[in-house]
Design a protein around this ligand. Sequence first.
Ligand code: FMN
Length: 202
Amino acid sequence: MDLPDVVRARRMVRTYDHERPVPVEAVTALLDLAIRAPSAGFTQGWDFLVLRGEDERAAFWRLTTDHGDPDSWLNGMQTAPVLVLCLSDPQRYLDRYAEPDKGWADRDETRWPAPYWHIDTGMASLLILQTAVDEGLGACFFGIPPDRIEAFRQEFGIPADHSPIGAITIGHRTDDPGSAGSAAQRPRRTPDEVVHHGHWGG
Ligand SMILES: Cc1cc2nc3c(=O)[nH]c(=O)nc-3n(C[C@H](O)[C@H](O)[C@H](O)COP(=O)(O)O)c2cc1C
């Protein structure tokens, strides 16, 4: 697919064909392109945890969602045959920027205009979402509730200094992308609304 077609076709997919596995080669293709994302200082402070096994995925959902009857969102998302957890690594940035060419030896986090460790992992996540479209797959990025992160860490052996910024479900879609989710009826903001030329009022 051409890039504009990929970008326009990409919508978050929240229901999948749970009987149709995703070939391991396709997952590899997504992650091979994810690591082409730009990163501050070429730090590449991202890690990905792939969950393909049924037990692994069940443990993820059990630990990161409310107990009780699953809602339609969870019922749909649980049909995904693959989960990719996206983790950022702040320490790697502080170490990288303490190197002589950057010179931030004090490792002071207030120097950073924004937490680039999360931004870079977000950029890599977008490449996963877009490559999924190109591979004929669907995907959805979503957050893990902060109060569930510790249990998730323990179960999967996540180091304390790595932050799970989100997770991505991947599979063959069964829903009409963009038709589900609480935001589905919201209009897309137009270029006229969001782009400012020369001056904020421009
Ligand atoms: C940082 C981030 C967090 C998101 N968290 C969730 C989430 O927790 N659950 C969910 O269903 N969708 C989540 N989404 C998907 C958004 O709802 C979706 O991108 C938005 O409604 C626009 O729809 P589209 O991506 O299909 O164009 C998230 C998206 C981003 C970028």
